[in-house]
Write a protein that binds this ligand. Structure first.
Ligand code: XLS
Ligand code: NI
Ligand code: NI
Length: 437
């Protein structure tokens, strides 16, 4: 098989002064930052679906992408042809991980049996390529949203047969993820929600979703799959409302149904913003619960209200992400997974490189800046001092459960007023962050 990107050599670190668009200006895999190499901190991952299968279609227009290796191929032949191209891409980029859905690496068959056979054929090729290139599987997942059988949802469908089909698909996806040495498995409920409440029994659907996830946990144990399970929140699109709407909603659901110990969250920037949050907010929520597992690194467009899945280029955003991540001690099984796609106007293969290089450099800068902010210490010290009233005296007594309403009332009767003790200094802190960005 001839190279798919014959004119592109392995992307090298050339430093911030390089004018070569096919080089890293900031991501230097082996460089140490805050005690670990950049590669160890960032654990970059490329997604199969956007990178290999995205062709630029949108609701108004046809595909635009020029992909010479596809040469009019379809079905299983096309799926086979994409595998070596994908790994050539990851290898040239120096991305150590990837992620896939069952139905984007292999096509839908006419039956479950045939779909499974197609998947087995492709998984064999994936395994060979993983071995040849050293690229590892960050996580696998099942695509439970494109086929008409899932029009009412998968685990939350009104049709028990759709639930059963989804279970069969996830069972197989778990088998292949395990056989590929996957470090995780993601559940994203694309159609697990509703379009109208007039036809929906929400309580029953949520119970079914929990049952489905418990079955997955049981099956994971049965086959001895050691990877981490993730839930990926998103509030809407394609449904009007998705049950796993944001980090807080997911955590509440997992707690209610006794699933929290088995799952962590895979947070995606554009999903957080669709939910009306910043990525930093959702990361903070997940981290407080000890449940941040991985991130789908992308960004939305402030002027468009949907999941545009753009590559992250804002240094401010990546700095916030890396501050949160360093604060929690870094990834274990997760990584920075580029669930992002090139614009439909960017139709040449080389655009895939520009996009990923930009995302990796933006995260490398975010990492360096976040490490510098932490080393400087003023931000953390400010936050610590802001809560000083809790470190001794009355605050400490409250935290240690030594006082109740009676004692607090008596205290305040005597003291008279609770005057604000310290300025929030938001502007000062914003300036401080900009010293480093
Ligand atoms: C879609 C999701 C999806 C998941 C994997 O919006 O981001 O791509 O990451 O199913
Ligand atoms: Ni995603
Ligand atoms: Ni998304």
């Amino acid at each position: 098989m001839p190279a798919a990107f014959p004119r592109i050599r392995k992307i090298q670190y050339e430093g911030p002064n390089s004018k070569n668009p096919l080089s890293f200006k900031h991501y230097n895999a082996d460089e140490f930052v805050a005690g670990k190499t950049m590669a160890e901190h960032l654990r970059f991952s490329v997604v199969y679906w956007h990178t290999m299968c995205g062709n630029g279609t949108d609701v108004f227009g046809w595909g635009t992408a020029v992909r010479p290796w596809e040469k009019g191929l379809t079905g299983l032949d096309l799926a086979k042809a994409r595998v070596p191209v994908f790994f050539e891409f990851c290898e040239k980029l120096g991305a150590p991980h990837y992620a896939f859905h069952d139905r984007d690496v292999a096509p839908h068959g006419k039956s479950l049996k045939q779909s499974n056979q197609y998947l087995d054929t492709i998984v064999k090729l994936l395994k060979e390529q993983q071995k040849a290139t050293g690229v590892k599987l960050l996580w696998g997942t099942a695509q439970l949203f494109a086929h008409p059988r899932y029009c009412h949802g998968a685990a939350t469908s009104c049709n028990a047969d759709a639930f059963a089909f989804a279970a069969a698909q996830v069972k197989k996806a778990l088998d292949v993820t395990k056989s590929l040495g996957g470090q995780g498995y993601t559940f994203w409920g694309g159609r697990e929600g509703y379009s109208t409440l007039w036809n929906t029994n929400m309580k029953r659907e949520l119970e079914h979703l929990a049952k489905f996830l418990h079955m997955a946990v049981d099956y994971k144990k049965a086959i001895g799959f050691k990877g981490q399970f993730y839930i990926e929140p998103k509030p809407k699109e394609p449904t009007k409302h998705q049950y796993d709407s944001d980090a807080a909603a997911c955590l509440n659901f997992l707690r209610e149904f006794d699933l929290l110990e088995h799952f962590k969250l895979n947070l995606e920037t554009n999903h957080a913003t669709l939910a009306g949050h910043t990525m930093q907010h959702d990361m903070r929520v997940a981290i407080a619960a000890g449940a941040l597992g991985s991130i789908d690194a992308n960004t939305g467009d402030e002027l468009l209200g949907w999941d545009t899945d753009q590559f992250p280029t804002s240094i401010y955003l990546t700095t916030q992400c890396m501050l949160e991540l360093l604060g929690m001690g870094g990834f274990t099984t997760g990584g920075v997974n580029f669930d992002a796609k090139v614009r439909r106007e960017s139709f040449e293969p080389v655009d895939l490189f520009h996009a990923h290089i930009g995302g990796m450099d933006a995260f490398a800068r975010g990492l360096k800046i976040a490490a510098a902010i932490r080393k400087d210490g003023r931000l953390a010290e400010f936050v610590k001092q802001r809560y000083a009233s809790w470190d001794s005296g009355l605050g400490k007594d409250i935290e240690r459960n030594r006082v109740g309403f009676k004692e607090l009332s008596a205290y305040m009767m005597k003291k008279g007023e609770a005057a604000p003790n310290t300025s929030g200094r938001q502007e000062f802190l914003e300036n401080l962050i900009n010293e480093f960005v």
